[in-house]
Design a protein around this ligand. Structure first.
Ligand code: FAD
Ligand code: NAP
Ligand code: FMN
Length: 579
C-alpha cells in the first residue's frame, strides 16, 4: 500500500514517513504470515485513539489503522484531543495507543480526554471492546503508567478488554507490531487474508529512521556560552545534504551517540577484563570493548544492574533502600553515581563480561529540538545543546550524547541521525497571529527556528520571546541574533530573566506575571502560547503563571481560568516541547 493511500487525513512529514516505511515493511512480512478476514467486515469500525508527545505512539496508531484497513475494517485514527469523552461510549471497538510523560503522566494531547474520562459524569462503557498499547521507558519509575491508567479505567467503566495490554520499552517496534498483528485480526474475526501485500508499492523507497539512521556530518561545533560560564551550551550545524530529508521548525533531530572510549576503558579495567572477550549481542558475538562503546548504555545504571549489584556487593545502604522500595531515596542514592562509580565503590561485586553486558540496556538515541528553520536552512540542521558535565564521587562525569557531539565527533565522523516530528508544535499557518514563546536555557532552540520561519515567511504577526538563563554576562546565548531581530522588528518583545544575576532568583514566569496585562491581550488577539525546556520544574511553574495571568487579567475565577487554558490546549494554541 502506498503511503498516500493511508486512511488518515493528517499530512505526513518526512520524519513520519521515514519511520513508517521501516515499520511498514516489517508489518508486511508479519501480516503476510497471518490470516485475516474477508471484505464482509468492511463496515466494522475500529476507533484508534493515540496520546503522543513526540510522535511514536501516533505513528504506531496510524500503522494500526493501515493494517486494520487491509483487513477490511474501517479505521478511524484520532488524537485523543480530537474526541469528546461522551463519544467513547459509542465506539464498539476501541484501540488506545499512548506514551507516558512527566512522572507517569499523560502526554499533553491525552490529558483533557483523560480528565473527562475520570469525571463522575463519564457514562458507562459496557458496549465498548478495547485493547491498549502502552509506550514507555523502563528507566522511568512509572513505566507505561498512562497506558496502565487507560487500561484500568476502561475496565472500571465496564468496557471489555479483548486483548491484554502490551507495555513497550524504548525498542517498541517489535512488540507494537506483535500487538497490531494480534489485535486487528481478532477484531476482524473470521477468516480471510490481509490484502496488504498486493497493495505494497514498489516505489516505496527506504528512508531514514531509528533503525536506519542517516549518517550526517557535523559542520559546526561552536561554544555559545562564555568560556567562564558555569555551564556549557553549544551550537551545532549538521549537514543533511544529499539525504533527501527535510524538516519543519518545531521538529526534533535524534542523534544516536557512541560512548566515550575513556569510560569504556575504565569500565573494562574495573571488570578485570581485557576488552577482547566476546559477548553475545542479539545473537552475534562481538568484542566487549566494541559492545560497550557502541551497543549499550554504560553511564546511567539500569535497574537490573543496580539490583544485581546490590545483591552481589552486599552494600547494606543500597539493599536497605531497595528492600524498602523507597524510590526517592534510591534516586538520591544514585544522584551523581554512574555504573562505573558503583563498580568502583564495591570491588567485591564481580561480574564476568557476559553477566555485565546482560544487565545493560541498549544504547538509545537522544532527541534535540531543532533550532533552525528548514526553509532558511534546507541542507543543515542546527541544534542548541547543553553539555552535561559534572564532578561527583571524585570523577568527571559526562552525558553520553551531549559530550559525544561536543568532544568526539570530528569532520569525518558520521553522526547517525533521524527526525521526529512534532506536528502540533508549529508556527501558526495564519501569519498574522501573535506568537508567545517561553524558552529558558536550551528551551530557546525551537524558538530560534520559529523566528527564522516567521522571517522567511515575512509573517506580519507579532512575536514575543521570554528567555532566561543563569547569568547575562556568560549565558545570554544567541544575543546578537535576538538583538538584530528586535532591531528589525521581527521580535516585537523580548523579556529576559537571568536567574543568578541577583540574590533572589528571577525566572521567565516572573516576567510573564509582570507583563500580564499585555500577555493576556496577545492571547485575546488569538495568540499562540509555546513552551520549551525543562518539563519538571519550569514548565509546571510557567503553566501556573499562565493560569494566574488569565485569571487576573481576564477577571476569571480559578475554574474559569482552567477552562480558558483548556480551550487554548484544545485549539492547539497552548503547546509544549518539554523534556
Ligand atoms: C523532545 C526532546 C527535545 C530535547 N531538546 C533538547 C535541546 O534542544 N537541547 C538540549 O540540550 N537537550 C535537549 N533534550 C535533552 C536531550 O535529549 C538529552 O537528554 C540531554 O542532552 C542529555 O543527554 P546526554 O546523553 O548528554 O546525558 P545522559 O548520558 O543521558 O545523562 C543524563 C543524566 O545525567 C545525570 N546528571 C545530569 N546532570 C547531573 C548533575 N549535575 N549531577 C548529577 N547527575 C547529573 C542525570 O541522571 C541525567 O538524567 C531534549 C529531550 C527531548 C525528549
Ligand atoms: N528532564 C531532563 O532530563 C532535563 C530537563 C531540562 C534540561 N535538561 C538538561 O539540563 C541541561 C541544561 O538545561 P537547560 O540549559 O535547558 O536549562 P537549565 O540550565 O536547567 O536552566 C535554564 C534556566 O532556567 C532556570 N530555572 C530553574 N528552575 C526554573 C523554574 N522552576 N522555572 C523557570 N526557570 C527555572 C535556571 O535557573 P537556576 O539554575 O539559576 O535555578 C536557568 O536560569 C541540558 O543538558 C538539558 O538537556 C534535562
Ligand atoms: C520528559 C520525558 C518523560 C517521560 N516519562 C516517562 C514515564 O514516566 N514513564 C515511562 O514509561 N516513559 C516515560 N517517557 C518515555 C516515553 O513515554 C517514550 O519515549 C515514548 O516512546 C514516547 O512516545 P511518543 O513519541 O509517542 O510521545 C518519558 C519521556 C520523556 C522525554
Amino acid at each position: 500500500m502506498k503511503i498516500s493511500n493511508l486512511p488518515i487525513d493528517a499530512p505526513y512529514n518526512d520524519g513520519q514517513r521515514a519511520w513508517l516505511n521501516g515499520f511498514f515493511s516489517g508489518m508486511q512480512s508479519y501480516m503476510s504470515q497471518s490470516a485475516g478476514v474477508s471484505s464482509a467486515t468492511e463496515s466494522r469500525i475500529v476507533t484508534i485513539l493515540y496520546g503522543s508527545q513526540t510522535g511514536s505512539a501516533e505513528t504506531v496508531a496510524i500503522e494500526a489503522g493501515t493494517i486494520a484497513k487491509s483487513y477490511g475494517l474501517t479505521p478511524i485514527v484520532k488524537s485523543m484531543d480530537e474526541v469528546e469523552a461522551s463519544a467513547i461510549a459509542t465506539f464498539e471497538y476501541l484501540l488506545i495507543v499512548t506514551s507516558t510523560y512527566g512522572e507517569g503522566e499523560m502526554p499533553d494531547n491525552a490529558q483533557l480526554l483523560w480528565d473527562s474520562v475520570c469525571a463522575e459524569s463519564m457514562p458507562r462503557l459496557e458496549s465498548v471492546n478495547y485493547s491498549v498499547l502502552a509506550l514507555g521507558d523502563t528507566s522511568y519509575d512509572l513505566f507505561c503508567q498512562a497506558g496502565i491508567d487507560w487500561d484500568n479505567k476502561l475496565a472500571e467503566l465496564g468496557a471489555t478488554r479483548i486483548y491484554e495490554r502490551v507495555d513497550c520499552d524504548v525498542d517498541y517496534e517489535e512488540p507494537a507490531q506483535a500487538w497490531i498483528s494480534s489485535v486487528i485480526p481478532l477484531i476482524a474475526g473470521g477468516s480471510g487474508v490481509s490484502n496488504i501485500e498486493g497493495e505494497a508499492g514498489a516505489s516505496d523507497k527506504p528512508e531514514y529512521h531509528r533503525k536506519n539512521p542517516f549518517p550526517a556530518r557535523l559542520l559546526v561545533n561552536r561554544l555559545l556560552t562564555d568560556a567562564s560560564s558555569s555551564k556549557e551550551t553549544r551550537h551545532y550545524e549538521i549537514s543533511i545534504a544529499g539525504s533527501g530529508l527535510s524538516y519543519e521548525a518545531g521538529d526534533a533531530l535524534c542523534v544516536i551517540p557512541t560512548n566515550c572510549p575513556d569510560l569504556v576503558a575504565e569500565i573494562i579495567k574495573a571488570l578485570n577484563c581485557s576488552g577482547n572477550e566476546e559477548v553475545n549481542v542479539s545473537g552475534e558475538l562481538i568484542g566487549l570493548a566494541d559492545a560497550l562503546q557502541n551497543q549499550f548504555e554504560i553511564k546511567t545504571p539500569s535497574k537490573e544492574f543496580i539490583e544485581e549489584f546490590a545483591t552481589r556487593s552486599g552494600n547494606q545502604e543500597l539493599n536497605g533502600i531497595i528492600a524498602a522500595g523507597d524510590k526517592d531515596k534510591l534516586s538520591d542514592y544514585l544522584w551523581g553515581r554512574d555504573t562505573l562509580d558503583l563498580l568502583l565503590q564495591n570491588r567485591i561485586a564481580e561480574f564476568t563480561s557476559a553477566e555485565f553486558v546482560n544487565l545493560l540496556k541498549p544504547l538509545q538515541h537522544r532527541a534535540y529540538s531543532i533550532s533552525s528553520s528548514g526553509k532558511q536552512h534546507p541542507d543543515t540542521v542546527h541544534l542548541t545543546v547543553a553539555s552535561v558535565r559534572y564532578d561527583s564521587f571524585e570523577r568527571n562525569h559526562k552525558g553520553v550524547c551531549s559530550t559525544f557531539l561536543a568532544d568526539l565527533v570530528g569532520a569525518e565522523t558520521p553522526v547517525r541521525t533521524f527526525f521526529t516530528p512534532n506536528k502540533v508544535f508549529r508556527v501558526p499557518d495564519d501569519n498574522s497571529l501573535p506568537m508567545i514563546m517561553v524558552g529558558p536555557g536550551t528551551g530557546i532552540a525551537p524558538f530560534r527556528a520559529f523566528l527564522q520561519e516567521r522571517d522567511y515567511r515575512k509573517a506580519s504577526g507579532k512575536n514575543w520571546l521570554f528567555f532566561g538563563d543563569r547569568n547575562a554576562a556568560t549565558d545570554y546565548i544567541y544575543r546578537d541574533e535576538l538583538e538584530a531581530y528586535q532591531a528589525s522588528g521581527l521580535l516585537t518583545r523580548l523579556d529576559l530573566a537571568f536567574s543568578r544575576d541577583q540574590d533572589a532568583k528571577v525566572y521567565v514566569q516572573d516576567r510573564m506575571i509582570e507583563q500580564g496585562v499585555e500577555l493576556f491581550q496577545w492571547l485575546e488577539q488569538g495568540g499562540y502560547f509555546f513552551v520549551c525546556g525543562d518539563a519538571y520544574r519550569m514548565a509546571k511553574d510557567v503553566d501556573q503563571a499562565l493560569h494566574a495571568v488569565i485569571a487576573t487579567h481576564g477577571n476569571l475565577s480559578e475554574q474559569q481560568a482552567i477552562g480558558y487554558v483548556n480551550k487554548l490546549k484544545k485549539d492547539k494554541r497552548y503547546v509544549r516541547d518539554v523534556y
